[in-house]
Design a protein around this ligand. Structure first.
Ligand code: AMP
Length: 452
C-alpha cells in the first residue's frame, strides 16, 4: 500500500500526455492535476468506462477532456468520433471553450451544437468534418433524425451532468441516442449527485465502470468569519493588502492565496521589500525541499506570511493561522472551502478575507452557491489608495466578463470590442499611477447590496 501511495500522480507529466497537451495545460496555468483529474485520467486513458461523481468547479471537464484528446489525437475522417452530451447550452459552451483551450496545439476539429438559434451554421460546421461534437440532447437528436449528423463512427460517449439531464426530462433523447450509436465504445458518465434515475442510467449505459468520486465539503467551518472586498485591479489589491496587514498583532500568521505563480511571486516580493516580517512563497516552480522547508518554518511560527497557490497548498495542515487572504478568487470553487478551512482550525477563531475584481465576481457568485451563503461585503477602507486599472488589465477583465456573459447567454455579442481604443488609460499614456478620483473603481463601484 505504501508503495501505491508513493506512486501517486502529482504532475500532468505523470499521465504521459503528449507535448501538445502539456503545452496547452501550461498555457492555461494549471500547475497540478486536481483530485478528480488524478483519479480519473489514468482510468479513462486505460480505455475503461467511468462513473464520475463530481461537481462543477472540481476540474472535471479537463478530467475527461485530456484523455479524450489523447485518444482522438488529430483530425481524421468526416464524422465525429467522440460525442459529449450536456444538459444546457451554457454547459455545452463551457465544455467547448475548454476543448478550444486544451486542443489549441492540435488540429482536432470540434464544435458545439445547441438550441435557441437556427441549426444552419451548426450543420455547415459539421459538414466540413468534425472529430469531437459537444451537444445538448434535443438539438443533437433533431439533427440526427434529419440526417444531418452521422454517428456511426463514435468511439467515445460522454454524458455530463447526468443528474441535471434527468431532471430536465432528457431521458427519452438519451435512450434514443443509445440505440443508434455503435455498441463498441467507451462511455463516461459524470454527475454531481446520484439519484435513482442516474443509477439506473449508469447501469444501462456503462460497462463495468470504475467509480471515481469527489465529495466537496459543502459548508465552511462555522468558526471562520468571511469578508469580501471589491477591488478594481492588481495594484489596488496590493495596496489593500498592505493596509490590512498593518495590525501586526492580529495578523500574525497569514496565508495569502493567489491564482498564479506570477501573482504569488509578485506578492511575496512586495512583502519582502517592505519588511513586513518573514515571507515564504510556495508554488509549482519551487522545489519540493524548498516547499517543505517553507512549510516547516511557517508552522514553527518564524514566518509571518505564507504566499501560496492552491495546488501547492493542498493538504497543508497548519493550526493557529490567524488569517487567510484570498488575494485572487479561486477558479476551482472547492478550493475556496479548502483555503478558508486553513484558518479556524481546532476551535480557533479564524478569518478569511477575499479580494475580488469585477471579473472575479462571477466566480464569487458561484462559490456562494456552493457554500450556500453570501460572503459579507465590506467597503474599501478610505485610507487605501485606489489605482486606475492599466489598459491591458482592463482589456483582460472586459474579455473575461464577455466570456462569462456569453456562457450565460450565447447570443450575447460582447461589449469588449466596441470599447477597444476608446479609453486610453494613464498606463497607456506612459504614466504609472492613475488619479484615484477618476479611477475605474470609482466609476464601477456600486452602492448597496450586490446583484446575485
Ligand atoms: P470544471 O470543474 O471543469 O468546471 O473546472 C473549473 C475550473 O477549473 C475551470 O475554470 C478550469 O479551467 C479550471 N481547472 C481545471 N483543471 C485545473 C487545474 N488542474 N488547475 C487549475 N485550474 C484548473
Amino acid at each position: 500500500m505504501a508503495e501505491e501511495a508513493e506512486k501517486e500522480v502529482t504532475t500532468f507529466e505523470d499521465f504521459k500526455l503528449n507535448k501538445q497537451l502539456l503545452n496547452a495545460i501550461n498555457d492555461a496555468g494549471y500547475e497540478k492535476p486536481t483530485p478528480i483529474q488524478q483519479q480519473a485520467i489514468p482510468i479513462i486513458s486505460g480505455g475503461h468506462d467511468v462513473l464520475g461523481i463530481a461537481q462543477t468547479g472540481t476540474g472535471k471537464t479537463a478530467a475527461f477532456l485530456l484523455p479524450l484528446l489523447m485518444k482522438v489525437k488529430y483530425a481524421q475522417g468526416q464524422n465525429p468520433r467522440a460525442l459529449i452530451v450536456a444538459p444546457t447550452r451554457e454547459l455545452v459552451m463551457q465544455i467547448e471553450e475548454n476543448i478550444t483551450l486544451l486542443a489549441k496545439y492540435t488540429d482536432i476539429r470540434h464544435t458545439a451544437i445547441y438550441g435557441g438559434l437556427g441549426p444552419k451554421t451548426q450543420i455547415e460546421t459539421i459538414n466540413k468534418g468534425i472529430d469531437i461534437l459537444v451537444a445538448t440532447p434535443k438539438r443533437l437528436m433533431e439533427l440526427y433524425l434529419k440526417g444531418d449528423l452521422i454517428l456511426k463512427e463514435l468511439k467515445t460517449l460522454i454524458l455530463d451532468e447526468a443528474d441535471k439531464m434527468m431532471d430536465m426530462g432528457f431521458m427519452p433523447q438519451i435512450r434514443q441516442l443509445l440505440e443508434v450509436i455503435p455498441r463498441k465504445r467507451q462511455n463516461l458518465l459524470f454527475s454531481a449527485t446520484m439519484p435513482d434515475k442516474v443509477v439506473q442510467l449508469s447501469e444501462e449505459f456503462l460497462e463495468f465502470p470504475t467509480r471515481v468520486e469527489i465529495t466537496p465539503q459543502a459548508t465552511p467551518v462555522e468558526t471562520v468569519t468571511q469578508t469580501l472586498y471589491r477591488v478594481p485591479n492588481l495594484r489596488t489589491k496590493i495596496e489593500l493588502l498592505e493596509h490590512i496587514i498593518q495590525d501586526e498583532e492580529t495578523f500574525n500568521r497569514v496565508i495569502i492565496f493567489t491564482r498564479s505563480k506570477k501573482n504569488a511571486e509578485s506578492v511575496s516580493k512586495f512583502l519582502e521589500h517592505r519588511n513586513y516580517g518573514e515571507v515564504r512563497a510556495i508554488h509549482g516552480n519551487k522545489g519540493q525541499n524548498t516547499r517543505i522547508n517553507s512549510m516547516e518554518a511557517f508552522k514553527g511560527g518564524d514566518v509571518r506570511f505564507l504566499v501560496a497557490t492552491d495546488v501547492a497548498a493542498r493538504g497543508i495542515d497548519v493550526t493557529m493561522v490567524s488569517h487567510v487572504i484570498n488575494f485572487d478568487v479561486p477558479l476551482i470553487y472547492e478550493d475556496y472551502v479548502h483555503r478558508i478551512g486553513r484558518t479556524g482550525r481546532a476551535e480557533q477563531e479564524g478569518a478569511a478575507i477575499t479580494f475580488a475584481t469585477d471579473a472575479e465576481m462571477y466566480h464569487v457568485n458561484k462559490i456562494e452557491k456552493i457554500i450556500r451563503m453570501q460572503i459579507p461585503e465590506v467597503p474599501m477602507p478610505a485610507e487605501v489608495k485606489v489605482f486606475e486599472t492599466p489598459f491591458e488589465e482592463q482589456q483582460e477583465m472586459a474579455m473575461d466578463i464577455d466570456r462569462q456573459k456569453r456562457r450565460e447567454n450565447p447570443d450575447f455579442k460582447g461589449a469588449f470590442h466596441e470599447k477597444k481604443g476608446r479609453h486610453k488609460s494613464n498606463f497607456e499614456k506612459g504614466k504609472k499611477k492613475g488619479d484615484p478620483k477618476n479611477s475605474f473603481w470609482q466609476k464601477t463601484k456600486k452602492k448597496g447590496s450586490r446583484k446575485k
